[in-house]
Design a protein around this ligand. Structure first.
Ligand SMILES: [Zn+2]
Length: 471
């Protein structure tokens, strides 16, 4: 799904693309798919050449003039250029984001160094230049110029995939048989007819087998009202989601952590075995692998738990307009310090993606807001300080004494940022901080507060104005 740049409004139709995956291509005649294998090798090589070009010397351009020799047809050549441009574009974006995160990290480091708040053992952030992507897996995103999906008149199959090959004028015909759940996914529940399948298809080769992915478009109308209550979402590890309404969804603690502990013992045993075999002179490639199948299962399990948490959050706030943090790589890295390997591997970024996806398919408005200082800023008086967080769970403002769960404070800040145009306009972290501190100064003037110890202020704060009348 593409990221939406503008904010969603009620009644606005949104276009979402859904995929039907894992359709295995069956081989009817031996050697038929061998032609596809030959083609894909040449295609992979050419796509790699353009990917490297678009990541280094030239900007990604889907309409770039062909500049490498190949045995592929002109149409296939086009497809390779387009696919390479797409890969290079996202590689460049990710690299640019990571570089910006490094610059932010460095600025934060220098800031802390200057005011002497640098934690012991903190090292200066380093930039390590990224490698150009290497294409290993075979993936072909073919358009109708090279791959055509045609309905089959033969009752044994559902479609024919007509693939043009290296052998000009001799297209390959591969039968496509859909499983019942594929067929079900392709039926529109409103009209009970088969949906229109998009003309572009994806072919993947994994573990020696060819797989087809089909897709279709769906229109979803945004149902959220303009004055809908705003719910802020804070993303974390202890709780995957904390809302400004005070609810939490999903956690890495408990069951998942238990499972992970058990799993952790296994690779260690394997590593020991490796060492032992290595000493005996067994060649490296014959040693057992350290990547574990149970680890992979656990990562999948974490993702499922995230999906469940996000789903439930949406179900329990049916009329809300959600605000969530656009997690920068720096914020993610910051949160990652308290994260364990499985959460890292299953990726915190999976949570915002899942929020976006749920919103799109349900027709619910969501808005990404800036995450800078959302966890250090006091929701009451705007004061920003790392020391407002005495520990991971607690927020305790150094100025006004406002005390609450750290994630709740963050989610309330996130909710408030949804309609905050001034903050949205900030160009970088420094500008965000300056704005928040300016507001804090106004707050102080308004309440005429002298900065005193939080405990004393807490006391002041808790006395209701009417208390003097009681006697
Ligand atoms: Zn405060």
């Amino acid at each position: 799904m593409k990221k939406r740049k503008k904010r969603t409004k009620k009644g606005e139709p949104q276009h979402i693309t859904k995929a039907v995956t894992h359709i295995r291509l069956v081989e009817t005649n031996p050697g038929k798919l061998a032609a596809l294998d030959r083609l894909s090798q040449v295609f992979l090589l050419l796509t790699q050449q353009y990917t490297t070009l678009f990541c280094t010397d030239e900007l990604p351009d889907s309409f770039h003039a062909p500049c490498f020799e190949t045995t592929l047809s002109e149409r296939w050549h086009r497809v390779a250029i387009q696919q390479a441009a797409g890969i290079a574009k996202s590689w460049r974006t990710n690299r640019a984001n990571a570089y910006q995160a490094y610059v932010d990290d460095l600025a934060e480091y220098q800031e802390q160094q200057a005011d002497g708040t640098l934690e012991e053992g903190t090292t200066e952030p380093q930039w390590c230049e990224w490698d150009v992507p290497t294409l290993r897996e075979i993936c072909i995103q073919g358009n109708c110029n090279v791959i055509k999906l045609e309905p089959s008149t033969d009752s044994c199959f559902d479609y024919w995939l007509k693939v043009s090959t290296l052998d000009k004028g001799h297209p390959l015909l591969v039968p496509v048989k859909l499983a019942d759940y594929h067929k079900e996914a392709l039926i529109d529940p409103n009209t009970h007819t088969r949906r229109t399948i998009n003309s572009s298809v994806t072919l993947n080769k994994r573990d020696g087998a060819w797989w087809l992915t089909l897709s279709y478009d769906e229109m979803v109308t945004v149902q959220t009202l303009p004055d809908a209550p705003v719910i802020g979402i804070d993303v974390g590890i202890a709780n995957f989601i904390t809302t400004s309404s005070g609810k939490t969804y999903g956690t890495f603690n408990g069951k998942i952590r238990e499972q992970q502990k058990r799993d952790r013992e296994k690779p260690r045993g394997k590593a020991k075995l490796r060492k032992c075999l290595e000493k005996k002179g067994v060649p490296k490639e014959k040693l057992p692998s350290t990547s574990s199948a149970t680890g992979q299962r656990l990562i999948r399990h974490v993702r499922q738990e995230i999906n469940r948490a996000v789903n439930l959050c949406f179900t329990e706030h049916p009329d809300a307009h959600f605000a969530y943090e656009q997690l920068s790589v720096a914020t993610m890295r910051h949160k990652a310090r308290t994260m364990n390997a499985y959460m890292r591997a299953s990726n915190l970024g999976h949570i915002p993606r899942q929020i976006e996806w749920n919103a799109a398919k349900r027709g619910v408005a969501v808005t990404a807001v800036k995450s800078a200082y959302s966890s250090q800023q006091c929701h009451v008086c705007w004061y920003v300080d790392r020391k407002n967080r005495p520990n991971q769970q607690t927020f305790c403002c150094k100025v006004c004494g406002h005390t609450t769960h750290a994630d709740k404070n963050a989610s309330q800040n996130i909710a408030a940022r949804l309609h905050d145009e001034e903050l949205r306009a900030c160009q970088n972290r420094a500008e965000v901080k300056a704005l928040l501190m300016k507001r804090h100064e106004h707050w102080k003037q308004k309440y005429g507060l002298v900065v005193v110890q939080p405990a004393v202020q807490l006391g002041l704060w808790d006395i209701p104005p009417a208390s003097t009348d009681v006697a």
